[in-house]
Design a protein around this ligand. Structure first.
Ligand code: OGA
Ligand code: FE
Length: 271
């Protein structure tokens, strides 16, 4: 078993100040997070060797081999014509959902030059989950705003939001995605934070540190692997609803390591 990575993650320190998250637009700017945040050293364990078969409903994440026919992840048309069907099929298979609808692709690069060149965002800087109980539903409403007849039946049944994360530039040597086993996160560790983007105001969750939290990553993720994780579930029956995650530096990565480029594809999953 490989040694855990000892690295810093940025947690919410207290709730003394109003929390506002202003996401970067991409191209070299930075995400702003207003509030009191503090870095903590944590151990991030190798999920490949220390988790037997994690699930979306317990730990909140899992890894799958997933070859893709996409040639250029920077080509939006190819994402629409090829990738979204591939992701839909995978997520449908993993969850047993009767319908999967992709609604967002976010590309990120760890290198500032690549961010500028490609007009894309930086890796996550704080421990967060993309949605709250409220904003997950709100996101669905917004997506179907033009089609209320489709929306109403969807709101009556269970749905979830799943992210599918993959490298789009070779193995991930540094700045991996790290996730916290959701069964080790207490409800009181999570705090809602306003998300103020130009196109939409929403809400995400940030996390207070607690020693019981157990962190994982998949060392050297390959381009034919995907990390699938759940950021919202409308079910309130005890299964995992949210999965906090971030990115971090790997202190053991060589200085000249190739820099991470990734895409995370978000989908609604209807049961
Ligand atoms: C995500 C996310 C951060 C990163 O996929 O939701 O927060 O650094 N990703 O890739
Ligand atoms: Fe996220």
């Amino acid at each position: 078993m490989s040694a855990p990575l000892r690295t810093r993650l940025k947690f919410l320190a207290d709730t003394d100040r109003p929390l506002v998250y202003v996401p970067s637009k991409g191209g070299g700017d930075e995400t702003d997070h207003l509030g009191n945040f503090r870095s903590r050293v944590v151990e991030v364990h190798d999920a490949r060797t220390s988790l037997r078969s994690p699930s979306l409903d317990a730990e909140g994440f899992l890894l799958r081999l997933h070859a893709t026919r996409v040639g250029d992840f920077y080509d939006d048309a190819e994402l629409h014509s090829v990738y979204h069907d591939e992701v839909g099929e995978l997520v449908g298979h993993l969850t047993g959902a009767h319908k999967v609808e992709v609604f967002d692709d976010t590309r990120r690069a760890a290198s500032l030059d690549t961010q500028r060149e490609r007009g894309i965002r930086e890796p996550a800087g704080i421990v967060h989950n993309d949605y709250t109980a409220r904003s997950g539903i709100r996101r669905l409403r917004d997506h179907f705003a033009g089609d209320p007849e489709a929306l109403d039946p969807l709101l009556e049944r269970r749905f979830a939001i799943i992210n599918v994360w993959r490298s789009i530039a070779g193995p991930v040597v540094d700045h991996p995605l790290v996730l916290c086993d959701a069964t080790t996160v207490r409800a009181q560790d999570l705090v809602a934070m306003e998300r103020r983007a130009e196109e939409r105001t929403g809400e995400l969750q940030v996390a207070l540190f607690h020693p019981a939290q157990r962190w994982y990553y998949y060392p050297l993720m390959q381009p034919d692997e995907v990390l699938v994780f759940k950021t919202f579930d409308s079910a309130t029956d005890g299964r995992t609803r949210f999965t906090v995650h971030s990115s971090c530096q790997d202190p053991s990565a060589p200085d000249d390591a190739p820099t991470r480029e990734s895409i995370e594809t978000r989908c609604f999953v209807f049961f």
